[in-house]
Design a protein around this ligand. Structure first.
Ligand SMILES: [Zn+2]
Length: 322
C-alpha cells in the first residue's frame, strides 16, 4: 500500500467500522481505545452488494468529516472488519454470504477514496485481537473466546498465539458437529453447534415452536418460567457445553470467554454454560467461564486497533496487542 503512515500525536484518531449483515457499527476511536463518536446504521443488503460498499464508503467519509469537524482531530488510519472469508493481507473481502460480496477490494477502495491507510480483517479475528489487547484474554496464554451472535465462531489461543490453522479456518466452532444426524446446516453438514446455540438459532427455534419472534436475550430471560423458551435454551446450552468440552480436551485452555451479542444475557449465560461444562468435563477441572467485558463491541475495537497498526502508530489504541 503506497500510503504514508502518519506521525503519532495526541489529536490523532482512527475510524473503525464493523460491517455485519444486519448493521454497520461505526466509531471514531482515540488514545487508549476511547470511543469519541459512535453510531449504528442498517446494512442495505436488500439493495445489493454494491450498495453495501457505497454505504461503507459513505460512512468512512462521514467519520472523517465528523473528526475534522471538531477541529481538533484527524483520522490517521481506518479499520474495517467484515464477516465471511477475508484476505487480510490483500485487504479483500473474498466471500460474505449474507452481504453478497465476492472478491471486493475494500482496502484499496477506501485508500483510493480517502488517501488514508486502511486495514481489513475478519470480524471474529478482530474481536479476538481486541479481547487479547484490552479484554479478559490480556495476559492469558491459553484461552478460547466464543463469539455468540447471529452466527457462532471462536478465537483460540495456544501458548500466547492466536491459532489460525493451515487455511486460516481454525475457530469455526459453529460448525463443530455436536448432534448426530441433527438439524441440517447451510454449510452442508448436519448437527452443527451454530444450529442450536447461536443467538440466531435461539430466535429461529423459539419462533418455530411458538410462532413468536423476539430477541435471544429475551428468550434467555423467558426460559426461567416458560416451557418453550426453556426447551430452546436447554438445547442451546447442551450443544454449547458439548462443543466447549471438545475444545477443552483439545486445547486445555486456562479460560473460556463468552462474547458477541448473546453475552448481554450476562450471568444467566455464564452460569448455565459453566454448570453444563462441569457436568461434561469430569476427570479434570473444567476451565473457568467468563463474560467478555467488551461484549458485542469487541469487533469494532479490534477494527480500531488494526486501523492504528495500518497508520503506523500501533500503540495509539492498545499497547501490547497481539
Ligand atoms: Zn454448519
Amino acid at each position: 500500500m503506497s500510503v504514508d503512515p502518519c506521525v503519532s500525536g495526541p489529536r490523532e484518531v482512527v475510524a473503525a467500522l464493523d460491517v455485519g449483515g444486519t448493521t454497520i457499527k461505526a466509531a471514531i476511536v482515540g488514545v487508549g481505545g476511547r470511543f469519541q463518536h459512535r453510531r449504528v446504521l442498517r446494512t442495505p443488503v436488500t439493495e445489493g452488494p454494491d450498495a453495501v460498499v457505497a454505504a461503507v464508503l459513505g460512512e468512512v467519509r462521514a467519520l472523517i468529516a465528523h473528526a475534522e469537524g471538531s477541529g481538533s482531530s484527524s483520522v490517521c488510519g481506518i479499520g474495517l472488519v467484515v464477516p465471511g472469508s477475508v484476505d487480510a493481507a490483500a485487504g479483500v473481502a473474498r466471500f460474505a454470504a449474507n452481504i453478497g460480496w465476492r472478491n471486493v477490494a475494500l482496502g484499496a477502495l477506501v485508500e483510493k477514496e480517502t488517501g488514508i491507510p486502511c486495514s481489513v480483517e475478519h470480524d471474529v479475528r478482530a474481536a479476538g485481537i481486541a479481547e487479547a489487547a484490552l479484554g479478559r484474554v490480556a495476559g492469558v496464554d491459553d484461552a478460547i473466546l466464543a463469539v455468540i451472535g447471529t452466527g457462532l465462531a471462536a478465537v483460540l489461543w495456544s501458548a500466547g498465539r492466536q491459532v489460525s490453522g493451515a487455511s486460516r479456518l481454525a475457530g469455526e466452532l459453529g460448525h463443530l458437529p455436536v448432534w448426530p444426524d441433527g438439524e441440517p446446516c447451510p454449510c452442508g453438514q448436519r448437527g452443527c453447534l451454530e444450529r442450536y446455540a447461536s443467538a440466531g438459532a435461539i430466535v429461529r427455534r423459539y419462533e418455530q415452536a411458538t410462532g413468536r419472534h423476539t430477541t435471544g436475550e429475551a428468550i434467555v430471560a423467558l426460559a426461567e418460567h416458560e416451557g418453550a423458551a426453556r426447551d430452546v435454551w436447554r438445547d442451546a446450552i447442551t450443544a454449547l457445553s458439548i462443543g466447549l468440552a471438545s475444545c477443552t480436551m483439545l486445547l486445555d485452555p486456562a479460560l473460556i470467554v463468552l462474547g458477541g451479542g448473546l453475552s448481554s444475557a450476562g450471568e444467566r449465560l455464564r452460569a448455565a454454560v459453566s454448570n453444563a461444562l462441569a457436568t461434561r468435563v469430569v476427570w479434570r477441572d473444567p476451565p473457568p467461564v467468563e463474560i467478555s467485558p467488551l461484549g458485542a463491541g469487541a469487533g469494532l475495537l479490534g477494527a480500531a486497533i488494526l486501523a492504528a497498526d495500518a497508520a503506523g502508530v500501533p500503540g495509539l489504541v492498545a499497547s501490547g496487542s497481539r
